[in-house]
Design a binder for this molecule. Structure first.
Ligand code: ZN
Length: 300
């Protein structure tokens, strides 16, 4: 696809003066949104202009086309936008795989670099309720610390490691915390004690549950034989006290449906084993069941 700008005037990005004097033309090759799964390339005829400003140090400038293509970009804006959302949803590797299937030739590293480029650094503020936990830069290799504003539900900052000194330095630089929710790591407890002694330290819900399950296991482990006997007795009692199966006429519609689904499941299993089918339900397979079974037969 070949494109050229129709405007006769362009504005100097340095001084803002409009100019009509074209210096030269050159061609830019841009990847665009795919068409029917096929990659589309735009051959854009770009222009350079003479700057008309007397005091401007830039004598020649390149025409900017905001909304169409960014400066130095090799993709159209709409193509970059689509890839950006794809990367946010799927990440680098899966995003690149799907992008190639859709007709966007893109590498994983390109997607991640573009994502990092778009991320604007924001001023880090200290939240009132701070959550501290570790997270993996690369699982089983390198871990860092993640800091979250638990009231806003947002990530505040990422630290390169999970050392007490690093966390303490961050806490000192960002005063004002009232509550610090942390995991059971002693490094975070020590960092909070050292750098934010006024803050109340609490354990988060996940770690509380884990503490409780570990305490229960420790307490009950010496009695596992008694517990096993009690469990077996209760299971047998439950089986003995279960009511006999009702005749199909007294079953509710929900129960009949369940029985039908179960019989279908059994039939599928028999098909998978190449065994003759035994109809256990009181009803013959319905048309939907027949269709499913035909499909299975075709597949097997
Ligand atoms: Zn200028």
């Amino acid at each position: 696809m070949q494109l050229r700008a129709r405007r006769s005037i362009s504005t100097c990005p340095a001084c803002g003066t409009a100019s009509r004097r074209v210096h030269s033309h050159y061609q830019r090759k841009l990847a665009d949104l795919p068409w029917e799964g096929l990659p589309v390339v735009i051959l854009l005829q770009a222009r350079k202009f003479f700057c008309a400003g007397d005091s401007c140090r830039r004598k020649i400038f390149t025409e900017l086309l905001p909304g169409t293509v960014a400066r130095y970009a090799r993709r159209s804006c709409r193509s970059s936008e689509a890839l950006h959302w794809l990367t946010l949803a799927l990440g680098g590797r899966a995003g690149a795989r799907l992008a190639r299937r859709l007709g966007f030739p893109a590498y994983r590293s390109t997607l991640l670099r573009s994502l990092r480029h778009r991320m604007q650094p924001t001023a880090v503020t200290a939240p009132r309720v701070l959550g501290i936990d570790d997270w993996a830069w690369r699982k089983a290799h390198r871990y860092g610390t993640i800091l979250c504003d638990l009231e806003a539900g947002k990530v505040v900052d990422l630290l390169p490691d999970r050392e007490a000194a690093t966390v303490a330095a961050w806490l000192q630089d960002h005063p004002g915390k009232e509550i610090v929710s942390r995991d059971r790591a002693s490094a975070y407890a020590e960092a909070t004690r050292r750098a934010a002694p006024q803050a109340v330290q609490i354990a988060d819900r996940w770690h509380l549950m884990r503490n409780m399950s570990e305490a229960l296991r420790t307490a009950l482990e010496p009695h596992h034989r008694v517990l096993k006997q009690a469990a077996q007795g209760s299971i047998q009692g439950f089986i003995a006290s279960a009511p006999p199966p009702l005749p199909s006429s007294t079953l509710s519609a929900k129960q009949q449906n369940r029985q039908r689904r179960y019989s279908l499941y059994e039939e599928m299993k028999a098909l998978a084993r190449n065994e003759p089918i035994r109809y256990r339900s009181t009803t013959r397979p319905q048309s939907a069941h027949r269709a499913a079974m035909d499909t299975c037969r075709r597949l097997s």
